[in-house]
Design a protein around this ligand. Structure first.
Ligand code: ADP
Ligand code: MG
Length: 676
């Protein structure tokens, strides 16, 4: 059986897309209104067609057409598609820009980009003077950056006009519940096996038509594809399903960091007799429309960034989807004919675990980056900013507190010099702080690769097979000890260099069970971060300082500047206790080089947290208390009530002086208490 079949992209659909019938009305409406809302069924052509209509209508004469997407894959894929439809070269007239990947030139007139990229452009040019039209796509998804962009635009425009494309008739989709996932099942191994089982069942018993499986992320998707491959090999293809011969299964993964040539295959119609099975993240729910899908298999889960107030950090978690999301997923099967949706969870799960609607990102993630951006845009009162849905005030205060801790804002809530530098980096503020620290010591090459490695998706291959897993683990442990051992950040740094200096980097990766693709991205990210840094270092006020510590500890000292918020101290047994005021009990993750050697360290610093039955810290290194001694008090220094006042109004000099005196007294007290 051939697993991959190639056929040319359809040049154009024989039947025009629904949006086509509203072309002139839409162009007119865009011309006539300052602010326009366009609604229409998923797949009707909003994303790919509307910008083309505007292009044809001459909107590019005095500026670019900018279209934002919450997800990078969508921005890239759609730009490719549009360039193809317009018969233009991608990167010239039609281009895209996503974090760490700019495929545009001076000539670019239709520019697809992530909402984060546009937000950055607003920073540099608040009037967006290079654009004649901005299309904010997928507004309903309520991504943090799109929400902020809308808020910013709302300040400029009011009274939006609405243009509705009219609901397109969709075909009925018959939904059925399964029995595999109930309110108590959250282990992903369980539902991965189940979706595979259902997919094979559909493949061997249902009429022709492609399958779309919803899972939550790269690892799961690759695992599901592996099992599918294995099982599909053993299928005996001498059967006819309802008179339509299905002879093979073409298995295609679809997730955020996939190489684009692989993504293209997803949209190609499958050849006769071959059933396509796309295994995707939530991206296939709205952002990308794949034609020919007749069967949906819904795991019921999604990966979501949530702020965990118990431990005070943002965590990427696998959570049940909302009911409205489940309906959206099911709808993907009824675009061209009647379809079926197999939900692998039971009714109890639907009733008890799935919320009605998805909570907007702004109400569930850390706002640190956004608040700094707003402040740099001159929005002082970040509490009364016209958010679409205001985040809880405590989240805003939490963000202000963090920015203060990183020295990005001062006690009056004003952006500092350092804050102005920090906002330039598309990274978490703590990581940015560490990068800038290394740069100020004139050794940026110590932190840039680490930051790059932490910005790309998981570099370690974790094969599902247990024998291979052992081999991979051994390789990874060997890499850790080759880099001095007992410091996961240093291991990342060495892997970066080992691979980069290798004559055959791809082979080196294979041998060491490292994702070559992830490393390639890391190389490119490192270059781009280096370019940003180089530009900033040209400023006359770049804060260079001398380093007078032990060279051996330099990396960890730089890390401390940004990660002192993620410090934990030995508690009972193998447990550590975080020092950020939450005092959560955490354990070192088995993937860390420090695992099983926990006893040797009293203080550790970590990059991220994984919550399963326990709270694990990942990417860890030991530190000394002296390194963070002066930084830790900052975690408790600011009083949120005072910050809340700072956020609302300019504080007078007099009030500041009073406050500072009080703080100084408090610190003296603490210091003497510690000595005692
Ligand atoms: P909307 O934004 O309204 O949801 P789109 O503009 O994304 O709709 O899609 C319109 C149509 O174009 C869909 O039928 C979809 O299948 C098709 N399409 C979009 N991207 C591609 C692609 N890369 N290859 C082939 N067809 C595509
Ligand atoms: Mg769209």
């Amino acid at each position: 059986m051939s697993k991959s079949s190639r056929s040319d992209c359809k040049e154009s659909d024989s039947e025009p897309l629904p949006i086509y019938h509203h072309k002139s009305k839409l162009v007119r409406a865009v011309k006539d209104s300052a602010f326009l809302v366009v609604t229409g069924e998923t797949g009707c052509g909003k994303t790919t067609q509307l910008p083309q209509y505007l292009y044809e209508a001459g909107f590019c004469k005095n500026g670019k057409i900018g279209i934002t997407q919450p997800r990078r894959v969508a921005a890239i894929t759609v730009a490719q598609r549009v360039a193809h439809e317009m018969r233009l070269t991608l990167g010239k007239e039609v281009g895209y820009q996503v974090r760490f990947d700019d495929c545009t030139t001076e000539e670019t007139e239709v520019k697809y980009m992530t909402d984060g990229c546009l937000l950055r452009e607003v920073l540099a040019d608040p009037a967006l003077s290079h654009y004649s039209v901005i299309v904010l796509d997928e507004v309903h998804e309520r991504s943090l950056n799109t929400d902020i962009l809308l808020g910013l635009l709302k300040k400029v425009f009011s009274n939006p006009d609405k243009a509705s494309e009219g609901r397109r008739r969709t075909f009925p989709v018959k939904c059925s519940f399964g029995s595999a996932v109930g309110p108590k099942d959250t282990e992903s191994s369980g539902y991965v096996k189940e979706v595979v089982r259902v997919a094979l069942d559909v493949h061997t018993s249902e009429m022709a038509g492609d399958i779309l499986i919803f899972l939550t992320g790269q690892n799961e998707i690759e695992r599901a594809c592996d099992i599918l491959y294995e099982k599909a090999e053993t299928i005996d293809y001498r059967f006819d399903v309802h008179d339509q011969t299905v002879e093979g299964l073409l298995i295609l993964p679809l997730y955020g960091s996939m190489p684009t040539d692989q993504q293209r295959q997803i949209f190609q119609p499958s050849s006769r007799g071959i059933r396509k099975c796309v295994v995707a993240t939530n991206i296939a729910a709205t952002s990308l429309t794949i034609t020919g899908i007749k069967y949906i298999i819904d795991s019921g889960f999604v990966k979501q960034l949530n702020h965990n107030s118990r431990i005070g950090l943002d965590i990427l978690e696998v959570v049940p989807i909302s009911k409205s999301e489940a309906q959206q997923r099911a709808g993907r099967a009824g675009r061209t004919s009647a379809g079926k949706c197999f939900r692998i969870y039971n009714n109890d799960f639907w009733e008890k675990c799935m919320p009605e609607y998805t909570v907007p990102e702004i109400q569930r993630t850390s706002l640190t980056g956004v608040v700094l951006t707003l402040k740099c845009l001159g929005v002082h009162d970040v509490i009364r900013f016209p958010y679409l849905d205001s985040p809880e005030e405590r989240f805003i205060l939490e963000a202000l507190k963090q920015l203060y801790q990183f020295d990005a804002i001062d006690r009056r809530g004003k952006v500092t010099k350092l804050g102005e530098l920090m906002v330039e980096f598309p990274l978490h503020p703590g990581l940015t702080r560490a990068v800038l620290k290394a740069a100020s010591y004139r050794c940026p090459d110590l932190m840039l690769p680490v930051a790059a490695m932490l910005s790309v998706e998981n570099i370690f291959i974790r094969p599902g097979h247990s024998q291979k897993q052992k081999e991979a683990d051994e390789r990874h442990r060997a890499l850790a000890s080759k880099s001095g051992g007992m410091n996961d950040f240093a291991t990342l740094l060495s892997i970066f260099h080992f691979c980069k200096s290798s004559e055959k980097p791809a082979a080196w990766c294979k041998e060491n069970w490292i994702h070559w693709r992830a490393l390639k991205s890391a190389f490119s990210v490192e270059t781009q971060l280096g370019e940003i840094l180089y530009r900033l270092q040209q400023r006359s006020d770049f804060p260079f300082e001398s380093f007078d510590g032990n060279e051996k500890n330099k990396l960890r000292l730089c890390l401390c500047a940004g990660y002192f918020t993620n410090v934990a101290r030995r508690s009972i047994g193998k447990a550590f206790c975080t020092m950020d005021g939450h005092g959560s009990m955490v354990h070192i993750h088995p993937s860390s080089a420090l695992f099983e050697n926990e006893k040797d360290f009293d203080w550790v610093m970590f990059n991220d947290v994984l919550v399963t039955s326990k709270v694990y810290i990942r990417t860890v290194c030991p530190i000394r208390y002296e390194w963070v001694k002066d930084l830790l008090p900052k975690l408790h220094e600011v009083d949120v009530y005072e910050l809340s006042n700072v956020a609302r109004e300019e504080v007078t000099e007099e009030e500041m002086a009073k406050w500072e005196n009080k703080e100084a007294a408090k610190r003296r007290q603490e210091a003497s208490a510690e000595e005692a």
